[in-house]
Design a protein around this ligand. Sequence first.
Ligand code: TXA
Ligand code: MG
Length: 315
Amino acid sequence: MSTRLTTDPAEAAALLRDGGVVAFPTETVYGLGADALNAGAVARIFTAKGRPIDNPLIVHVAEIDAIEAVASALPPVAEALVEAFFPGPLTLILPKAASVPSTVTAGLNTVGVRMPDHALALDFLHACATPVAAPSANRSGRPSPTTWQAVQHDLDSRIDAILQGELARVGLESTVLDCTGAVPVILRAGAITLELLRRVAPTTRHAHAAADALQRSPGTRYRHYAPDATVCLIDAPHHAEAAMTHGYIGLTAPAAPEAWGLCCVCADLTDYAHRLYATLRDADQRGLKTVFCERVPNHDLGRALMDRLRRAAAR
Ligand code: TXA
Ligand code: MG
């Protein structure tokens, strides 16, 4: 299969409506979309990514009114969160509508729903005129793609098309929030932080233990976000670690940036999130052995960053 590159959302949408799998940009990371109501098309996403079939997909909608086509109910707290944060980097787990095939939700009776805050993504989703199931557009286990070139690197000739957009603005996957229980529970940290969510839903909490998140969000079970290079978490860059075979990313500027094979000094947490995955992939392109990543405080956006950094470092 040859993978078409296009900047035309209507062309990409036509391929998707024909049962194709099409990568598209969003504000978080690039997604790999298929018609969420076509079980055969959805199955092709799992094949292309090499994704375990027990890991459910997020359904993307172009407008708030389209949520009711995929979710059987919108609890009051979810309605308030939609009002506050849609479109945006937030996925709500809701009771699933019967029309959504079980391949999308990996057999769960819930469905993840998200409306991206990205003009080209919304043009594409409107033109699709159907809900679009989409995981991140990487080979399973690799860092999520923040550029169309990263999608091409992982999935060329395995998917029908790539809708070419800019470098993703946020750079980390959406916050996943379970709204089906007594209180909203964060299953995956993201740019819509606990602090932001509590302004609208004060009882929101993070999933307690690993076991809690693991049970509810199958995706958290797998090793994720890992480049070929070994990822080491550090408190600050030390000159002793600097080498041309090693990369560094963090907030603190190292003493001699030119001593590193790759040196990415970020302006703040937002910039760190924005550049992390592209830097990990860049390190692989350059054949670096190790990437040293500076730890950040584990709150606000730092929580999402530390979650991805720990997973990338886990072997
Ligand atoms: O920002 C994002 O969320 C990107 C863009 C493309 O929208 N998508 C993304 O999808 O990161 P994916 O498949 O890589 O991650 C989806 C996460 C997984 O951890 C999955 O287990 C969880 O959401 N998830 C999806 N549906 C779920 C459900 N019904 N219940 C619990 N967790 C669910
Ligand atoms: Mg993913």
